[in-house]
Design a protein around this ligand. Structure first.
Ligand code: 5GP
Length: 197
């Protein structure tokens, strides 16, 4: 993804991957960061997971069938994709590429499997992993969201522990969300210091 050395072209944007276990406050931090920085594009992922109440197609996710998702994999339309909790999620390649070309900072809020793929394709991508202050906080936050059944909550907790362990290898930035404002400031500083993708 390196840019040819052409001084008349705008520099490419930065590529930022934000991951972390569910319930850790990733979306809250990401939204705040986007509100405070200029020229940031938050990638809208495509998913086969059912649309939840309050979610909007094209804003929260692009909701598609499994067949449609498979078709798009075959067509090479994803920068990365992964199966998470039994559903497919992927980052549309064309929109992120266009935003990077336009010099915008692109933020991907994706899981660790996807993060690894992005880092392999684009080594300049800056990887941020958001951590809960403690295991108990994570248990409380996942349980409180109330969107899922007890079994799903237990599965998400196990997945969270797996993600935290797996993140150690390719996430060079770790931010502990024990104080929201400080966590937001930390992420902003990391984004500001990130190299162009
Ligand atoms: P949720 O269904 O709770 O919105 O998301 C479940 C998980 O899927 C979260 O860890 C989220 O970061 C991840 N996810 C969302 N979009 C993508 C994507 O495009 N690619 C990958 N690999 N993971 C994603």
């Amino acid at each position: 993804m390196a840019q040819a050395n052409n001084p008349t072209r705008r520099p490419r944007g930065k590529l930022i991957v934000i991951s972390g276990p569910s319930g850790v406050g990733k979306s809250t931090i990401t939204r705040a960061v986007i509100g405070r920085l200029r020229d940031v594009y938050l990638s809208v992922s495509m998913t086969t997971r059912p649309q939840a109440p309050g979610e909007q197609d094209g804003r929260d996710y692009w909701f598609v069938s499994r067949d449609e998702f498979r078709r798009r994999i075959e067509a090479g339309q994803f920068l990365e994709y992964a199966e998470v909790f039994g559903n497919l999620y992927g980052t549309p390649r064309d929109k992120t590429e266009a935003a990077l070309e336009a010099g915008r900072t692109v933020i991907l809020e994706i899981d660790v499997q996807g993060g690894r793929q992005v880092k392999a394709i684009c080594p300049q991508a800056v990887m941020i992993f958001i951590l809960p202050p403690s295991r108990q906080t994570l248990v409380d936050r996942i349980g409180r969201r109330g969107r899922e059944s007890g079994e799903v909550v237990a599965r998400r907790l196990r997945a969270a522990e797996g993600e935290i362990a797996a993140a150690a290898e390719c996430y060079d930035n770790r931010v502990i969300n024990d104080d929201l404002e400080r966590a937001i400031d930390d992420v902003i500083r990391i984004v500001e210091n990130a190299p162009d993708a």
